[in-house]
Design a protein around this ligand. Sequence first.
Ligand code: UT7
Length: 330
Amino acid sequence: MSVTHTRIIATGSYMPEKILTNDDLSKIVDTSDEWITTRTGIQERRIAAEGQATSDLASNAALRALEAAGMKADELDLIIVATVTPDMFFPSTACVVQKKIGATNAVCFDISAACSGFLYALQVARQFIGSGTRKNALVIGAEKLTSLVNWKDRNTCVLFGDGAGAAILKGVNESSTSRMLGSVMGSDGTLADLLKVPGGGSALPITQENAASRPNTIHMEGRETFKHAVTRMCQAAEQALAQSGYTANDVALVIPHQANARIITAIADRLGLPEEKMFMNVQRYGNTSAATIPVALDEAARAGRLKEGDVILLVAFGGGFTWASTVMIW
Ligand code: UT7
């Protein structure tokens, strides 16, 4: 078969069982359910169990995707994990997942692009498949973001959660209508300081002296990040649609990064789309960075909201800054 296109053949996701509600948070920091719900739309988020690492969340999501695809792990050619909360600096979380699921024949590596990570990874996998170098790929977005949260900082600790989503990609020929179409990716490192975990790496190792100021936790200029998120996601979505020969009116469902319900509403307004075309689960999971899009994709697929032939728009924005959008025919 001559491969010219790439499509998602199956999805899977895994969310940890433990729920942390807004009311629970209001006992830890000076916040309220009313503030969090009004400003973000988030009502609760999931927290990984004691001893559960990002690779455990990722492996569970991967096994569900494999089951949905009717594939065995040793049939996988490539595993890419998008994460900013790897199990450790190295080996890559993808290699740890490989071991846990028994994907003995896959080549494995991680991608670091924060909340845009899954869409970046999707594009990288697509290049491998389109070039014929690999026949299939398992792309995972997985995060244990609560490992980077400062539970004393109300500006950030209410926003994030843990979870993982996975998609299996395969090469298809011209006869397949289901395929990935236009894709846009962008980055602006000059704005890196607006959203980052400054410490714990080679630039600012954690020492006894600096540990108390928690440099190894998430720091965000929320208001500025919000503005850039809306602008970049709208631009990327419009560009990816134009590349694909579609307009917003053709889209059956948008799967946007889930950071804040107000961002999703603003994107719907600017693209002229009704809210029912915007998939939203931020109320249940908060922001799980690279995991939000694959988790939402899996929930939408399993809820029967993705029908064969539908035009689906994925769009993300995150630290870096980074942004990306992909149009696909389901
Ligand atoms: O995933 C990557 C991309 N991330 C994003 O896109 C996130 C973008 N940013 C946001 O979603 C919003 O900016 C936030 C939800 C983070 C914050 O909402 P905001 O409407 O931009 O609020 P703000 O940061 O301007 O803060 C407004 C007020 C401040 O009080 P003062 O200075 O007006 O007295 C904050 O101290 O709200 C206060 N505040 C809180 N109050 C109660 C901030 N966090 C909280 C809190 N509970 N948790």
